[in-house]
Design a protein around this ligand. Structure first.
Ligand code: AQP
Length: 335
């Protein structure tokens, strides 16, 4: 008999186009682990409500997120793909965890500070944005997941989830394992602006469904070493966004060539980008084609998430029964 597999949970927000950073930083890592772990991959739609959005667009974003996950290699036969809001126990546990969460820790979260600073209207910053890490802790702990593969930007939130698990266990008795992060080979892909991490909401990304023409155009105009103003200026690959992608996607010979020739101005940025453009197109073409095949089968997509929610819910309900019991949320007998 197989030893019991450890459980993985990791989610993605339907907050825009799923991009190369999501793929290299997280989803590829998820796909590589589906045979060795028992995996749960929700589309975390409640999380996507923490920043302003158009409710008319949300259903398609959720649908696109499911298609993208499957096209990136998450075979629904071997893992559980579902939509967070289809499993109400996530928000039920979230409330209970809110009651053991430290306000000070939440206020120190980098993502909260960054995303709230982006909003001009201070009154528009909602409590959901502050409580985002509590909901993320609930997503993980409701399945008692031991391992969480994420990009570097989520490490602080995961540390918070560990803190919440400890606080709950200390207050109500041993219940949750402390989840461990699992970083990919590419934990932080920079955006095409060269300044911020690649993000859905910053419009600095290559979507996994971008056509070869769009990929070429986006990379051709992507920021490189900003100190390299003219073709004759030597560049510094160590600060160049394009070189970091070369290191992930190009051959060792191409990486050595770009590293050497950039430093002596032997090549210009456009020449350097050419080899990389082809690698990105080669990587994303089968994903894009798979995506559109799945996209054309709404009955299949619906079946995947209905089945996924059923599997997820049966575990989530067991955890909630245990949690409510430990928290004393039940009717006494008048004794
Ligand atoms: N640039 C990145 N490099 C490496 N990993 C990344 N991830 C996100 N951006 C990068 C990882 O992708 C997974 C899913 O991310 P998410 O949808 O939960 O939210 P996010 O981290 O906030 O991603 P975005 O694209 O930046 O979305 P918005 O703009 O809506 O906030 C996570 O594991 C994340 O680490």
């Amino acid at each position: 008999m197989n030893p019991k597999r450890q459980r993985i949970l990791s989610g993605i927000q339907p907050s825009g186009d799923i991009h190369l950073g999501n793929y290299l930083g997280a989803i590829k890592n998820w796909a590589e682990n589906i045979n060795n772990y028992e995996c749960f991959f929700p589309i975390v739609d409640y999380h996507a409500m923490t920043i302003p959005y158009d409710p008319r667009e949300m259903p398609n974003r959720i649908y696109n997120g499911i298609c993208a996950n499957i096209a990136c290699g998450l075979d629904p036969e071997r893992c559980t793909i579902f939509v967070q809001s289809f499993v109400p126990e996530h928000t039920e546990l979230c409330w209970i965890l809110t009651c053991v969460s430290s306000l000070g820790s939440l206020e120190r979260m980098t993502q909260f500070k960054e995303k709230s600073q982006r909003q001009a209207d201070r009154e528009g910053i909602n409590t959901g944005l502050l409580a985002y890490p509590v909901l993320m802790a609930a997503d993980i702990l409701i399945y008692k997941a031991e391992v969480v593969p994420v990009g570097e930007d989520q490490i602080q939130h995961l540390e918070f989830a560990r803190e919440v698990a400890r606080r709950f266990n200390n207050t109500f008795g041993e219940t949750f394992p402390e989840p461990e992060p699992k970083l990919s080979q590419a934990p932080r892909i920079m955006g095409l602006d060269g300044k911020n991490k690649m993000s859905k909401s910053l419009n600095n990304h290559i979507a996994i469904v971008d056509s070869p023409e769009v990929i070429e155009e986006k990379l051709r105009t992507a920021v490189t070493d900003e100190n390299r103003k003219r073709r004759s200026d030597p560049g510094d690959p160590d600060v160049c966004n394009i070189f970091s992608l070369h290191k992930l996607l190009s051959t060792p010979e191409e990486v050595a060539w770009a590293n050497r020739e950039c430093r002596v101005a032997g090549i210009g940025c456009i020449e350097c980008k050419k080899a990389l453009i082809q690698h990105v197109i080669d990587l994303l073409t089968p994903i894009r084609e798979g995506y559109y095949q799945i996209y054309a089968k709404p009955d299949y997509v619906r079946e995947v998430v209905v089945e996924g929610a059923k599997r997820a819910r049966s575990i989530a309900q067991q955890t909630m029964a245990e949690v409510k019991d430990k928290c004393g949320l039940k009717l006494g007998g008048g004794e």
